[in-house]
Design a protein around this ligand. Structure first.
Ligand code: ATP
Ligand code: MG
Length: 284
C-alpha cells in the first residue's frame, strides 16, 4: 500500500514539536535514532533531515510533505505548496545593528555590509526598499558578525531578543514573521492526497482543541438567557437541571483567548462553581 512520506527536522528547535504533533494526531512513530522510521498505525514514513534540505526533498518528491519554518521555505524558494500553518516555532526575521547606532530607517543600510543566513529573503527585502547593501552570507552565529568587524548589521531569527542584547545589538526592522508550516509536493498521487487530507483533518482537531477550553458552571435559572448569550459553545450550551431548585448546570466551549473576559461576565451574572478543562481533540 502507498504511504505518505513526511520529512521533519532531525534535531533542532522543530524536532520535538513536529513529533508531538504527529503523536497528538494519533500517529505513533518509533524513532530509534535512524534517518527513516515507519508509523505503526498509519501509512506514514518519516524522514529525519536537516531543515535546510526539507524543501528540496519535497520539491523532488523524495518526501511528499514536510514540516519546517516558513522562513526556511521562503529562503529556499522551491516549488512546494504551503498547505497549513502549524502554530509553533513562532519567530521573526529581523535586521539588527549595534545598540550605539543612531538608526534612522532602512536607508541607514545603504552601502553597508549585512551578515545573514537568509540572503534571498534579505536581498528581496532590500530591493523592495530600494536599498543597496552588501549581503555577507554566513551559515551560523550571525550575531557576532558586527562585534568582530565582519559586518555593520545582521539579519537573523529573533524570538525574545535576548541573544541580540547579549551581543550588544538592537532590533531595528522586522523583515518577516514566521511559524512552522506543513509543505507538500504539488503533484501528489490521489492516494497520497487522501492520506494528507486525513492527517490535516486530525491536525485541525488538535489545533482547534488547543485553542478552546471546556467549561462547566452552575447558574441561577433566572439568568440562564444572559449566561447562554455569553457562552455560545459549539452549537449552544448543554443545560442540565441541578438537584437544587432554581439552578442549572451549563456545559460549553470557550475560546482560549476570550476566556478571561467570558469568566468575568459569567461571574457578574451569578455563575458559580466554574470548572475549566482542557480539550484533547475537537471535531466541529
Ligand atoms: P538544522 O540543523 O536542521 O539545519 P537549524 O540550526 O538550521 O537546524 P534551528 O535552530 O533548529 O535550525 O531552528 C529551526 C527553525 O525554528 C528556524 O528555521 C525557525 O523557523 C525556528 N526558530 C529558530 N529560532 C527560534 C526561536 N528562538 N524561537 C522560535 N522559533 C525559532
Ligand atoms: Mg538549518
Amino acid at each position: 500500500m502507498e504511504k505518505l512520506r513526511i520529512a521533519i527536522q532531525k534535531s533542532g528547535r522543530l524536532s520535538e514539536k513536529s513529533l508531538k504533533l504527529l503523536a497528538d494526531c494519533g500517529v505513533r512513530v518509533n524513532n530509534g535514532g535512524k534517518l527513516k522510521a515507519e508509523a505503526t498505525n498509519f501509512p506514514l514514513e518519516v524522514l529525519f533531515l536537516r531543515d535546510d534540505d526539507i524543501s528540496q526533498y519535497v520539491e523532488e518528491g523524495v518526501a511528499d510533505v514536510g514540516m519546517l519554518g516558513e522562513n526556511t521555505v521562503l529562503e529556499k524558494d522551491k516549488k512546494v505548496e504551503v498547505v497549513r500553518k502549524l502554530g509553533f516555532a513562532n519567530c521573526r526575521l529581523s535586521l539588527a545593528v549595534s545598540k550605539e547606532i543612531d538608526y534612522t530607517g532602512t536607508s541607514w543600510f545603504e552601502g553597508k555590509k549585512v551578515a545573514t543566513s537568509y540572503p534571498k529573503i534579505l536581498g528581496d527585502y532590500f530591493n523592495q526598499k530600494g536599498v543597496n547593501a552588501t549581503i555577507e552570507f554566513i551559515s551560523g552565529s550571525v550575531e557576532i558578525a558586527p562585534g568582530i568587524g565582519l559586518a555593520e548589521g545582521i539579519c537573523d531569527i529573533v524570538s525574545t531578543g535576548s541573544t541580540l542584547l547579549t551581543n550588544g545589538l538592537k532590533e531595528v526592522e522586522q523583515v518577516l514573521t514566521s511559524e512552522a508550516v506543513l509543505i507538500a509536493n504539488p503533484n501528489l498521487s490521489d492516494i497520497k492526497k487522501a492520506l494528507l487530507e486525513s492527517i490535516m483533518f486530525r491536525m485541525n482537531a488538535v489545533q482547534k482543541a488547543s485553542e478552546n477550553k471546556y467549561i462547566l458552571l452552575n447558574a441561577p435559572n433566572k439568568n440562564l438567557k444572559e449566561i447562554t448569550a455569553v457562552l455560545p459553545g459549539m452549537k449552544s450550551p448543554t443545560i442540565l437541571p441541578l438537584a437544587e431548585d432554581g439552578w442549572s448546570s451549563l456545559h460549553s466551549v470557550v475560546k482560549e483567548d476570550e476566556f478571561w473576559e467570558v469568566i468575568d461576565k459569567l461571574k457578574d451574572l451569578g455563575a458559580e462553581g466554574i470548572l475549566v478543562c482542557p480539550i484533547e481533540k475537537m471535531i466541529v
